[in-house]
Design a binder for this molecule. Structure first.
Ligand SMILES: [Zn+2]
Length: 198
């Protein structure tokens, strides 16, 4: 979806913008005036991990649950574990840091790299416009991924990378269309208000 057709959490509203007005996530590196959306900045990501800052809006996350957007493969694994009544353990560490619930709901609909984590690792960065509604409508439920709430996370900062591991699935919100979480995001923003506690 176009970023300006989705309500912005206040802390996202305050982010620097690219030339289109697109809010730039906290962990995105810049080259001059150009944010590099397809990449994750090591220093920025490490700073978020160490200070418990949201990887989207760069403000602190309260103790307790954290959220992230997972891709199709991990979404299917979580759905399978939940259906079987098994605990889900993300044993493979990821480069994707956690964030606020509202920020991740927003990012899942607006940011093609967060919505499709694999895109971030590809050498040819997909154009953001590629994730258009007509492409994704009609997809199998959860096939695009999910916004997932976790009980906690661990991280490791190495010379090369910042790695995250997430524990205890508390909430699983799969998306099958680009605007799947619009109502949930509106409700979350009403609930948390301008202070955005979570
Ligand atoms: Zn945030």
């Amino acid at each position: 979806m176009r970023f300006d057709s989705v309500p912005m959490p206040p802390a996202v509203e305050a982010r620097p913008r690219d030339t289109r007005g697109y809010p730039v996530p906290a962990i995105t590196p810049w080259e001059g005036d150009e944010p590099q959306f397809a990449r994750t900045d090591h220093g920025r990501s490490a700073n978020c991990a160490r200070r418990r800052l949201c990887s989207v809006c760069d403000t602190v996350m309260a103790p307790g649950p954290v959220w992230r957007v997972v891709g199709a493969t991990e979404s299917a694994a979580i759905a399978g574990a939940l259906a079987a009544g098994r605990p889900y353990r993300n044993l493979a560490p990821t480069l994707e840091g956690p964030g606020h619930r509202a920020c991740m709901l927003y990012a899942s609909m607006v940011c093609p790299y967060l919505a499709r984590p694999n895109a971030r690792r590809s050498l040819t960065a997909d154009a953001p416009d590629e994730l258009t509604a007509h492409v994704v409508r009609g997809a199998v439920r959860g096939e695009l991924g999910a916004v997932v709430g976790f009980g906690g996370f661990e991280y490791a900062v190495t010379a090369e990378r910042v790695l995250f591991r997430f524990l205890d699935v508390l909430e699983y919100l799969p998306h099958d269309t680009a605007d799947a979480h619009l109502a949930e995001l509106r409700a979350e923003l009403d609930r948390t208000g301008p202070g955005q506690r979570r």
